[in-house]
Design a protein around this ligand. Structure first.
Ligand code: UD1
Ligand code: MG
Length: 461
């Protein structure tokens, strides 16, 4: 007994007017198809994604998500070839579903991203179920016909419906659970004798419903809304954002100007997190208790501890920030940045593959790349790690309680011992022992009256 999911994702998505396959268009930073796959419960016998248009891009995305551990079950793909309808899309999966030993099949669409995990779990647990919604203007959706006891009698596509059928407001959400033997048999009997000359999955579902009792579940229309145009994308994104914000507000998070804030589906926020206007949190982001994120800050794939203060307009990607750290305004933390507790990173400081231990400070205008900086070390204004020689990157290691004077260049590879003092303006090209003073300055000379003599020569012509 094994339930296998089939995700339909072969369509062209003409109305998106895009080179990107429709199912890869993002909602709050995550592609639609990833939203769908992430709702699948653990313990499924697998998921089969039906692809064709933009196949290479979809397969590459699936591989990346699998590698990143984002998929709850093994996912395979089947190329539909020229798409001949939703029924054809599942027909081409017959060998794969047989191979996976499916006893029940759950079918979802890759362009319907907002179905909740709870709804999908209900579908996966059901013997035979169709998800429907009641719409005041049912438009082009298939109409759901039911027997007196509520079970499914049939589905009629709008283009094939009689006027009386068109008046039905209960429509097909395009998500189904069915026993595989009944669906398999129905798929083999499909014809394309209809208005669109397509092989309709809905006909197969109706045929299966003649053999097994198919229940009909009415869902919130937002959960079954498809993304077919950029307008749909914007609307779905707004719905998803409201749902996510409602959740985190209930968990004790403040959104200062909710409409300007974007928080993705893989973000987790502890209580008393405070988000100012225009903040964007994308990908896998975790923010600890009481942390405040300043206006206009963008954070992706990063972990921030508790009591962190991120001042306005910072960009933080693939970084870790320890408890009580202060960052910004206008700081850029790049991949591999690891800030310890109470580290201070000030304005116009860029870090990359930089580990700063507890209490270290770089408060103004610095570049720290491929560097390790010890506890309580102070990096002055304008300090640059010269980590790149044009071919390779090299490491700068700085001990604890070091004072690096302003405008110092650290030509890597270089190591500075604990307690050393680097004079302002030094170009460090050799290791500095602990507690040493390093200076590399041309001795200063002051020529008495020299400025006046030069100005006299500089008379305007
Ligand atoms: C389908 C249903 C309709 C339902 C609606 C809900 C059929 C015949 N009709 O209509 O009853 O109300 O969904 O949204 O199923 N796809 C393929 N291969 C194909 C055709 C489609 O993979 O050959 C994929 C599409 O990429 C999309 C999904 O299947 O993800 C649905 O296809 P779409 O053409 O949007 O079906 P609808 O006409 O909307
Ligand atoms: Mg559709």
């Amino acid at each position: 007994m094994s339930t296998v999911a089939v995700i339909l994702a072969a369509g062209l998505g003409t109305r998106m007017k895009s080179r990107l396959p429709k199912v890869l268009h993002p909602i709050l930073g995550d592609p639609s198809l990833l939203w769908v796959l992430r709702t699948l419960p653990q313990g499924l016998g697998g998921a089969v994604v039906v692809v064709h248009h933009g196949k290479e891009q979809v397969v590459a995305a699936l591989e990346a998500w699998q590698k990143a551990g984002l998929l709850p079950c093994p996912v395979s793909t089947v190329d539909q070839g020229e798409p001949l309808g939703t029924g054809h899309a599942v027909q081409v999966c017959i060998p794969e579903l047989d191979r996976l030993g499916a006893s029940r099949v759950v079918i979802l669409s890759g362009d319907v991203p907002l179905t909740t995990a709870a709804t999908v779990a209900r579908l996966c647990a059901a013997e035979a179920l169709l998800l429907a919604m009641d719409l005041p203007t049912p438009g082009s959706y298939g109409r759901v016909l039911q027997h007196g006891d509520g079970r499914l009698a049939g589905i009629v596509e709008a283009k094939d419906a009689t006027p009386a059928q068109l008046a039905v407001q209960r429509v097909n959400g395009g998500a189904y659970a069915l026993p595989w033997p009944a669906l398999r048999k129905a798929l083999l009997g499909l014809t394309n004798d209809n208005a669109q000359k397509e092989y309709y999955l809905t006909d197969a579902v109706a045929a299966a419903a003649a053999e097994v009792r198919v229940a009909v579940d009415i869902c919130d229309p937002q959960e079954l809304a498809g993304m077919n145009s950029r307008m749909d994308q914007a609307e779905l994104q707004a719905w998803a954002q409201r749902r996510i914000q409602r959740h985190w507000m209930a968990e004790g998070v403040t959104f200062l100007h909710p409409d300007s804030i974007q928080v993705g589906p893989r973000v987790t926020l502890d209580r008393d997190v405070f988000l100012e206007a225009g903040v964007t949190l994308e990908g896998a982001v975790r923010v600890g208790e009481g942390t405040r994120i300043g206006q206009g800050t963008v954070i992706a794939d990063s972990v921030l501890g508790a009591g962190v203060e991120v001042r306005p307009y910072c960009v933080i990607e693939q970084a870790q920030v320890g408890n009580g750290a202060k960052v910004g305004p206008f700081a850029r933390l790049r991949e591999g940045t690891d800030l310890g507790e109470a580290v201070h990173i000030g304005n116009f400081v860029e870090t990359k593959k930089a580990k700063l231990h507890r209490g270290a400070k770089a408060n103004h205008l610095a570049y720290l790349g491929d560097a390790e900086i010890g506890e309580k070390t102070n990096i002055g204004a304008g300090v640059i790690t010269c980590n790149y020689d044009g071919v390779n990157k090299h490491k700068t290691s700085i001990g604890r309680n070091v004072f690096v004077g302003s405008d110092t260049q650290l030509v890597a590879p270089v190591t500075i011992g604990d307690g050393a003092l680097i004079g302002a303006g030094t170009t460090v090209t050799a290791d500095v022992p602990g507690d040493a003073l390093a200076l590399s300055r041309v001795p200063q000379t002051s020529k008495e009256g020299g400025a006046a003599r030069i100005r006299a020569r500089q008379q305007k012509k």
